[in-house]
Structures are given as C-alpha cells and as structure tokens.
Design a protein around this ligand. Structure first.
Ligand code: LLP
Length: 442
C-alpha cells in the first residue's frame, strides 16, 4: 500500500511504524491497515466521480461497499470522507448505524432479505432498499403499510444487464444465470419497475446494476450504463415516470501483483460521464443522479497481512519435468484469506522483517490448515535465506480478507490494526480460543 516503505535496516514500515514492532505487540497473523491510505482512496473515488459528472450537470453518491471490510471505524472514515455506506445484510447495517452513519446515507442490498432485515431498514430510515425480486417488492410494501407511518420506502430495483465482466465466475454477477437481480432481456426488470410503481408504499428512486468484481476495463461499466439508461427511458415512455437515479454498482479492480494495472477512477469516471451524457442526449431524457459502490478499490490496497514464518521445506517433484520448490509455511492461511482457495486468486509476498539475501528462490507460501489447497501465494521469489521466525507481508488483503475469514481448524481470526501517524490501534481485536469455546455449549 501507499504508506509502506523499507527502513534503513531492511524492515518494512507502515505509516512510520516498524512491522516488527507491530508483530511483537499484537502478534501474528494480523491485518495491518493504513488509515491515511483508506481515506485517500475514498476521496479519490469521490472526487473523480463528482468532477466527471459535474461536467454533465449531475451529482454522484459514492457508497462504500461494506462487504469488502466493515468495522465501526472504517464506516465512520468513509462517511467522514463524504461516502455513504452500502450494506448487504442486517449485520452490516447494524455496524454502519453503530458508527453513527445516518440511515439516510445507507443502502441495503440482498437477494433474500428477511422480514427482520426489511423492518430494521425501515426503522433506521435507510436511504434506499435495493429490491431483488417481485415477492420482495410486495413484502416490503406490506411491511411499510403495516407500520402505518405514511412514509413510502425509497426503492431501487436491481437489474441484470447481461454484461459480464470481472474476475472469477463466482464474482461475476450480471450474466443472466445467477441469483441476483431481475433480467432486462427477460422482461422481469420492467415488470418489477411497474410493480413498484403500483404500490403507493414505495417510492421508485431508480435502477441498480452490479456487473462483477475486480474489473480492470471500463467498457463493462459503460455497456451496463447504456442498458440501464435505455430501460429508464422505456419506463418513462411507457408509464410517464422518470427515475431520478441510476446506480452502476461496484467492481473497480485493484493491483494484486506487481505488474497489475488497477482501474483508474479518473478514467472510468470520465468515460462513464461521457457515455451517460451522450446516451441521455440521444434518448432525450435528463441526466440522472448517479451512484457507485466501490468496496475492494477503497479498502483492498490499504491493508497487508503480516504472518510469521514457521516451517520452510524443499519439495522435490519427480516430474516430468522434475523440479524443486520451496514451501514456506506461515501461521495463518485460508482461514484469514480464502480468496486463493475459492477463486484461485493470486497474491505476492515480501520478507517483512529484514531484506534477506540477494539470492532468491522460487517459493510457494502456504498456510497451517489441514488442506493442501491452503495456499497463500502460489508463486513468489523470496530471499534464499528465508527462515523460521521471519515475518512475511502479503499486500492487498484489505478487501474480502477479514470479511470472509473463518475459524476453520478452530483457528481464531486475526485482528485488524490501523496505523495512523505513527501509532497503531486495534479496530477489531484478535479472536481468542476462549471466544470460540464460549460458543460451544458442551
Ligand atoms: N455493490 C454490489 C451490489 C455488490 O454485489 C458488490 C460486490 C459491490 C458493490 C462491491 O464490489 P467491489 O467494488 O468490492 O468489487 N468475495 C469476492 C467479491 C464478491 C463481491 C460481491 N459483490 C472476492 O473476494 O473477490
């Protein structure tokens, strides 16, 4: 991340703090988050989109997608930087509220929201509920009616555009054959919009699409925008109702490996604003208010995981071709970063406690779990003298690391530590064995 440097003695420093000091005080593994970097990325997205869309006469709401990583502090930081907060469950909603984010600045998603979740959203006055099925539209309208306070719920309809973008199949969401959204091509999207309009308990704010995650090319976003704007114009023609907003979702890709080129918010915002302006011109509809929901791009690069190396061993594969690989085992693994096992995601690693020898060896970094797919980094060159007791840093673990962590093999989840101006504080404390035993009723 931006704030990480190597000190004169060869150890990594983040925002002025030596990683050895962090490990000595808080133990390993640990997620180490650079607060200034988080805030800078939040501002970069807000500023890029605000400026680009101001040029076509409209405003943008940037929602931080809390699923990437949510804690009370980061929800507050995002809000302080002018972002709203996007939540996917009642649990995430509760964190955003506990952080003091006003309900009006929160959105609630989910393809299978419970009655309790819908009620919590109404109680909190969330700014928008993104509905995902015809039955949810009726359930939500009924819930509003039952409350009897006469306040319609602000609603967006999640649609699938057929635009397929991003990484692994499991994280691409806008192709038709998956659980999210209502299909434009199949007519379910139009039916849902009419169903919302038919219920006075609901206020139709707009349409939403999320086309996938870890997207590195702006084209998918512009293609989706065209389809959304067309749908909006069709509804206006058909029903006379012009939706105020269009939400383009998240999915902005980041660099995981040294040669990766992340999506540039200024470029994608510029291209999107140009397309939105052009398409609305052609359709003869006013430009809508726009929103986006970046998660990974805000928090992913701000965090690295620091591990301690335990076992180093040579593994000789008999071939063909025969080769030897160095397996470096660390004190965490798939319980703190599921992404390599789940998506075949690639990361890199660096010796963090010292520089190490100039000679490098090809290594595979693996975890401590009882599973051979427990890989942290598939392939990385590390100093040949890498040894037990060294610290290893794996960058770009801020998104979907802690948020998808598990207790596999009864391993307590690592803490999230924030470094700010030379001081470290705990955002989420390390889980203890006692925490896990407390759940087990014997
Ligand atoms: N908005 C909606 C409606 C979403 O479904 C998502 C992610 C986002 C925003 C944020 O996407 P981001 O900007 O972070 O890419 N666990 C997977 C990613 C799943 C993303 C699900 N939805 C991973 O580790 O890659």
């Amino acid at each position: 991340s931006a704030g990480v440097t190597r000190g004169a003695d060869g150890a990594l420093r983040v925002a002025g703090v030596d990683v050895r000091e962090i490990a000595a005080t808080f133990g390993t593994p640990a997620y180490v988050l650079d607060e200034a970097d988080f805030r800078a990325r939040a501002r970069a997205y807000r500023d890029a989109f605000t400026r680009a869309f101001a040029a076509i006469g409209t405003e943008v709401d940037v929602y931080y997608a809390g699923k990437a990583f949510l804690s009370v502090a980061v929800a507050r930081w995002a809000h302080e930087e002018g972002l709203r907060v996007d939540t996917a469950t009642g649990g995430e909603l509760a964190v955003a509220l506990r952080a003091g984010v006003p309900g009006a600045d929160i959105g609630l998603h989910g393809n299978n929201k419970s009655d309790t979740e819908l009620t919590r959203a109404l109680d909190a006055g969330v700014g928008r509920i993104i509905v995902d099925s015809l039955t949810e539209i009726e359930r939500l309208a009924d819930a509003v009616r039952a409350r009897g306070d006469g306040r319609p719920a602000p609603v967006m309809v999640r649609v699938t555009t057929g635009v397929h973008a991003g990484g692994h199949e499991y994280i691409a969401t806008a192709h038709e054959d998956q659980k999210f959204g209502l299909s434009i091509a199949g007519g379910q999207a139009a039916a849902a919009l009419l169903a919302v309009l038919a219920r006075p308990e609901l206020e139709l704010r707009g349409i939403h699409s999320h086309i996938g995650s870890q997207i590195l090319d702006p084209t998918g976003f512009t293609e989706a925008a065209r389809k959304l704007l067309r749908l909006r114009a069709e509804l206006a023609t058909e029903s006379g109702y012009l939706m105020a907003e269009v939400d383009l979702g998240g999915g902005f890709g980041i660099a995981y490996l040294p040669d990766d080129v992340p999506i540039d918010p200024v470029r994608v915002a510029g291209e999107l604003a140009r397309v939105v302006g052009d398409v609305c011109g052609v359709l003869g509809t006013p430009v809508p208010r726009i929103s986006i929901e970046p998660g990974r791009a805000i928090v992913g690069p701000t965090t690295f995981t620091v591990y301690e190396i335990g076992t180093v061993k040579e593994v000789t594969v008999d071939g063909p071709p025969a080769f030897t690989r160095t397996y470096v085992s660390v004190d965490g693994g798939m319980s703190d970063n599921l992404r390599p096992a789940l998506y075949d995601a690639r990361y890199t690693a660096a010796l963090a406690s010292r520089t190490g020898s100039a000679e490098q060896v090809q290594c595979r970094v693996v975890g401590k779990h009882c599973e051979s797919g427990d890989i942290v980094v598939h392939d990385v060159f590390l100093p040949a003298d890498v040894a037990r007791g060294d610290l290893l840093a794996v960058p770009a673990t801020g998104a979907y690391g802690r948020s998808m962590a598990s207790n596999y093999n009864h391993v307590p989840r690592p803490p999230v530590l924030a470094v700010t101006n030379g001081t470290v504080r705990t955002l989420i404390r390390r889980e203890t064995e006692a925490d896990l035993h407390a759940l087990d009723q014997g």
